[in-house]
Design a protein around this ligand. Structure first.
Ligand SMILES: *Cc1c(COP(=O)(O)O)cnc(C)c1O
Length: 399
């Protein structure tokens, strides 16, 4: 029997089992990979019924696929949403969702700091089509309140924010916005935390988006994304944002790898969090380091807030060296074990420089205005033994 949606089971158990019934699949412990673009109908009536939506079932893999459906049930279960849609990339999920929710004349209120390509899509994509993008500091609830208007259709933010690690209060923002108008959709990018650490839908958000490329896949071997929310909105995104606007369809092979990755999600997140905590504490005391941004440090301004909405503090750290930009470059070029690479959430410790890499689509002035400093270094704590990661960082910091 399928144990889909059994909320009584713990998160780790649901990560392994939710959405898949081996007894309905020849006993196969792992799900079959349905490599098919189309589905044969028994007769014309059945085909017509599937197209009109009157009959359940697949008709073309740009819309749905049985392997993909397993991942979607599992993600919906873990995020505690009704339904999910898996996509070819995180940007595929973000763009398919926003193309579905907004049109010319509508406004999106976004936090002042966003993942680089999300910023680029808003600033250079949606704006061109007449959507008003308004940047607000979401940690300032008075400012957020003052910007809400009849035009506001979507509220969009990440928390902790990539790359500067500010923490936004999901429950407080949701209450404030829903008090103004229950029709405004609240969208949270939960890539940094995954549902293992934070479940925005239980705190009042309407939609959660993911880059599954990161912790959900967890092994740096794929690009994928997902959106989770209520069944009606997810269906609209599937039939418009995905089917007609982006075509950002995920491959069944990629789905298989993400399902495999999610089985160890909780185990991996525990180690990512432990390693990040130890790295942050070492950096905090290091004479070459000016500032460490990590909500797990008791001295961090977001520590109390993060403790209430996150189960642990995550695997991502940002830091600023006393020697600024030049010192950052010297340190990054001296790393031996940690890889100088963008992306995050992999087994390998990854370090990058947002101003020249992930956030280089912002101009210098935009970075200053949006809170991304030039010397900032971002670390994704990997799964290596902590003493080896620390030894590598220490030798690089000596320069
Ligand atoms: C990587 C990332 C994205 C984009 O996801 P892709 O899978 O690379 O398209 C969006 N948001 C955040 C926070 C990310 O880290």
């Amino acid at each position: 029997m399928s144990i889909d949606r059994n909320k009584k089971l713990s998160f780790a158990t649901r990560s392994v089992h939710a959405g898949y019934d081996s007894s309905a699949n020849e006993g196969s412990l792992n799900p079959p990979i349905y490599m098919t673009s189309t589905y044969a109908f028994d007769n014309v009536e059945q085909g017509a019924g599937r197209f009109s939506g009157e009959e359940k079932g697949h008709f073309y893999s740009r819309i749905s696929n049985p392997t993909q459906e397993i991942l979607e049930s599992r993600l919906a279960d873990l995020e505690e949403g009704e339904a999910a849609l898996a996509t070819a990339s995180g940007m595929g999920a973000i763009t398919a969702t926003l193309w579905t929710l907004v049109g010319p004349g509508d406004q999106i209120l976004v936090d002042k700091t966003l993942y680089g390509c999300t910023f680029s899509f808003m600033e250079h994509g949606l704006k061109k089509f007449g959507v008003d993008i308004c940047y607000v500091d979401f940690t300032d609830h008075g400012e957020l309140q003052s910007q809400l208007s009849d035009k506001t259709k979507v509220i969009y933010f990440e928390t902790p924010v990539n790359p500067n690690m500010r923490v936004i209060d999901i429950a407080a923002v949701s209450t404030l916005v829903k008090d103004y108008s229950p029709d405004i959709k609240i969208m949270v990018d939960n890539t940094y935390c995954t549902p293992a650490l934070q479940r925005p839908l239980t705190l009042g958000a309407d939609l959660v988006v993911h880059s599954a490329t990161k912790y959900l896949g967890g092994h740096g071997d794929l690009i994928a994304g997902a959106v989770v929310g209520d069944a009606e909105t997810i269906q609209q995104i599937r039939l418009f944002g995905l089917k007609d606007m982006t075509g950002a369809v995920i491959s069944p092979m990629t789905v298989f790898l993400i399902l495999r990755g999610i089985k160890t999600l909780q185990l991996r997140m525990e180690r990512h969090c432990q390693n990040a905590q130890a790295i942050a504490e070492m950096l905090h005391q290091h004479p070459a380091v000016d500032q460490v941004f990590f909500p797990g440090l008791k001295t961090d301004p977001w520590h109390a807030m993060a403790s209430t909405q996150m189960d642990d503090f995550g695997g991502m750290i940002a830091l600023e060296l006393k020697g600024g930009y030049d010192a950052s470059v010297r340190m990054l070029n001296k790393l031996k074990l940690a890889k100088l690479a963008v992306s995050l959430g992999d087994a390998e410790t990854l370090i990058q420089h947002p101003a020249s890499m992930t956030h280089s689509v912002y101009t210098l002035e935009e970075r200053a205005a949006h809170g991304i400093s030039e010397g900032l270094v971002r670390i994704s704590a990997g799964l290596e033994a902590i003493e080896d990661i620390i030894a590598d960082l220490e030798q690089a910091l000596e320069s």
